[in-house]
Design a protein around this ligand. Structure first.
Ligand code: GZL
Length: 314
């Protein structure tokens, strides 16, 4: 029986444990643009199954209008709660107001939203993207003694992960007078676009001669960039260093093969913490912080082969 039905009967939750109820939760996911995103979706679905949650899943193919349509559909279905992984930060206020009017709690996971009213969502569960950028930059500065001409593949325009990773990376390299980003363009977080953009960057940069490193906002774009570097006749991982974020298995393989150098891991396991918050909130505990942060470690070639073996079977 859905929680909203139980509440309508007037039964108080004190005699029921929320997590014993068959909750119905809507999840508006960005899409399946990267290996990390796919792992994130699979992890949420597996966790929902484990908890007996009826998960209504929507893949928006990276289009915000599809996400908003999905949220409106969840509201119409009268779900117990909604999880949104927002593709971009702006444009959310109207539909979140509709969810609030329907008394359906919303949890934001991963990227952020800009709504100017934090009563419109229970909390945000996310990694510190700026810290990821700082870790990637510091590894590159330490490796090159702060002397590096960098090209950058940025994530989706307007996405928190792209905005904050760029800011964190730039904060660090700004301290090194001989380190600078000479080319920067969005690869939309995908391998295909990352390769295409890197091909044009290499052409514009004398075939890549003199380029010290590729900094990519996610592994997927980095893997596309690696392909482009090879096709330009250069060795990724040595002629051009490669540093990224996510920690997907294919990237660990690339590091083990010497084609990439470092990545900052981003856990895809955000479903458990999101469901915990929803069960807590519906159980009457409203004392929930507005941000629940996760962090990831930086991995390099020396442990890549072992880490790949661990991850490829998951
Ligand atoms: C960051 C997330 C990014 C991943 C990419 O948390 O929003 O989106 O780094 C994905 O792989 O496309």
């Amino acid at each position: 029986m859905k929680l909203s039905t139980i509440l309508a009967t007037g039964i108080t939750l004190s005699c029921l444990s929320v997590n014993a109820l068959a909750l119905t939760i809507g999840f508006a996911q960005v899409g399946s643009e990267s290996g990390w995103r796919t792992s994130f979706s699979e992890s949420v679905k597996a966790e929902a199954k484990k908890r007996g949650i009826d998960l209504k899943f929507s893949d928006a193919q990276q289009k915000q209008e599809n996400q908003i349509k999905a949220v409106r559909s969840f509201i119409a279905q009268g779900v117990d709660a909604i999880i949104i992984a927002p593709v971009v930060e702006t444009g959310w206020k109207p539909v979140l107001r509709e969810a609030k009017r329907a008394r359906i709690p919303v949890v934001i996971v991963d990227r952020n939203i800009q709504v100017g009213d934090d009563s419109l969502f229970v909390t945000r569960i996310a990694s510190d993207f700026s810290e990821e950028g700082r870790k990637a930059a510091q590894w590159l500065m330490d490796t090159t003694q702060g002397n590096c001409k960098i090209v950058e593949l940025q994530g989706t325009v307007g996405a928190t992960a792209a905005i904050d990773r760029a800011q964190g990376f730039n904060d660090v390299i700004g301290k090194y007078p001989n380190a600078n980003i000479v080319r920067s363009q969005t690869g939309e977080f995908t391998r295909t676009k990352g390769k295409e953009v890197m091909e044009s960057i290499l052409k514009a940069e004398n075939g890549g001669k003199g380029v010290c490193a590729l900094w990519a906002h996610n592994d997927e774009m980095a893997l596309g960039g690696i392909q482009a570097i090879k096709e330009a006749g250069l060795k990724p991982g040595s002629d051009i260093l490669v540093v990224s974020v996510d920690g997907v298995p294919d990237y660990f393989k690339a590091m083990a093969d010497g084609d990439a150098n470092a990545t900052v891991e981003l856990s895809p396991h955000l479903g458990g913490p999101a469901f915990d918050v929803i069960e807590k909130y519906l159980g009457g505990d409203k004392n929930i912080p507005k941000l629940i942060s996760t962090t990831g470690d930086l991995f390099t070639q020396d442990t890549a082969a072992a880490e790949y073996q661990k991850r490829r079977l998951q």
